[in-house]
Design a binder for this molecule. Sequence first.
Ligand code: PSV
Ligand code: MN
Ligand code: MN
Length: 409
Amino acid sequence: MPSSEFQLLSSILENKGKSVSDILSKISAFQIAVPSWALGAGGTRFGRFSIGGEPRNLEEKLEDIGLLAKLTKKTDAVSLHIPWDIPEDVEAIKQKAQSLEISFDAMNSNTFQDYGQDLTYKMGSLSNSDSTIRQQAVDHNKQVIEIGKSLGSKGLTVWLADGSNFPGQASIRKALQWTYESLQAIYKDLPSDWKLLLEYKPYEPNFYHTVIPDWGTSSFLCKQLGDQAKVLVDLGHHLPNTNIEQIVATLMHQDMLAGFHFNDSKYGDDDLSTGSIKPYQLFLIFCELIGGAEDGAQAWESISWMIDASHNTKDPLEDLIQALEAIAIAYAKALLVDREKLTQCQMSGDTVGAQEILQDAFLTDVRPLVKEARLQSGGVESPLDYYRTEKIREKLISQRGKNSQATGL
Ligand code: PSV
Ligand code: MN
Ligand code: MN
């Protein structure tokens, strides 16, 4: 029996001409991949405090995501990071994932750390002035594609830490050119049904210049590479007050949006829980996404949805439950926008009217819709309450130990 809150909201929305069943099926269909590195307590450069019961291997990471999937019905995929997640037995991992109804989203390469490879990435990877180091980084990405192929993934995400810390340290143009050539070599090995998702970030760990600092640089590299390369927007990878919804709209206008790394940000790449700082911005981003797809600029299905966050003080599974809920809420609110009336306001220069339409959708409490969609899909009423009353973390600690640590950032 649907809740009275849901029934009341349904009748309000139906009176406004909205199809509640259409909204529910859109919310249910929307699935967000979870990154393997978000399942342990996150590290900062000052320390890492294990939450206990963290997954000790890839199987256990999949089990955690399987649990999130079962409770929330908002995720059905994992995004792996190599070499942290190299499967020892590919068939066993595939079977495990299948039994949990989890698929493999985009694979992430790692050329921002040294982990026993021959040559150091201290001075960069795909952009390194030494061609043998560039080749090593290219080969690593090719290996990631091979692992991804064996698991059934369809994407490679490249995030580079490359750049320089001081003026004069690097040739900005040469670093860019070498990066392009390295990416070209990787792109040649990309299967025809794969996507290359190229992430940008303005600063950190390099503080003077980053080789791919913004969506413009990422997008012209992708254009040069070919149709399968598109721009990945990580919500934390912008300077303060950047208009991210405009970036999303612009990329969609060019069919250049690969997908998202959802998180939230107060200052920079804070990797805070999605929706915890700027929920209105997230709503506006979804408004652009829905608008871009409806106008035929870029197909909704061509966009990848992932979380990228990592925490020091929260139980990571509770955090992911909150993030998945916040994303669903922002999406549901954006689905309520009266797009026809909004267009009329835009055409007639009615600024006040346009704002009223957005606010009317944003200020609607859509939680009964999100809950009803989850229940209809077989999830639980309140994933967070369930997690706590069933004492899941305590159970994980008794199975995996108090000091287990997942690989991650
Ligand atoms: C580093 O900034 C980062 O947070 C990027 O956003 C990547 O997507 C992620 O790490 C995993 O490599
Ligand atoms: Mn990211
Ligand atoms: Mn980041």
